[in-house]
Design a protein around this ligand. Sequence first.
Ligand code: 5GP
Ligand code: MG
Ligand code: MG
Length: 183
Amino acid sequence: MRADQISDDITEVLITEEQIQDKLAELAEQVARDYEGENLLLVGVLKGAVMVMADFARHLPLHIQMDWMAVSSYGTGTRSSGVVQIRKDLDTDLHGRHVLIVEDIIDSGLTLSWLLENFASRGAESIEVLALLRKPDAMKVEVDCRYVGFDIPNEFVIGYGLDYAEKYRNLRDVAVLAPHVYS
Ligand code: 5GP
Ligand code: MG
Ligand code: MG
């Protein structure tokens, strides 16, 4: 869906569909250079990263493999605690693999730092992260994210895979959710 079809539910479009595609193409060029000649495994974190993975992977001029992981992180209120449970594990053996984790957004970074440790313990040769969006709070824990699309303000955003109560994932752009929707 397009932003004008849910204009009552959002306060502004933060990043347009075109801006997202341009950025993913640019990141894909960078990744293609960095992994030239390597056998790269892209790992998408469900469900938010579905759109990023689909578009980013198609921009990539490399042979890649794709796998998916689903995790839930428990916390109080809106903050994740870093206590992560695997809901769907990888099908791929990570031993000796070059892994690029594909994420929608890094907020506290707690989920991601757990994933990085978990993947390292499985013997991956290298692990890097690509995130379409990053919030300023991400600076609070040490997460090394090599490829970042956009740094955004500390507001709750939806669209392009990101949900509120499982809604809005199919919005084409990234937008700020209007407060009346969740209050
Ligand atoms: P953290 O980095 O805090 O461990 O958790 C990141 C996860 O929280 C993301 O994968 C996403 O599911 C959710 N999240 C964080 N910020 C936002 C936001 O602004 N909008 C939405 N829809 N989800 C968010
Ligand atoms: Mg995510
Ligand atoms: Mg969510």
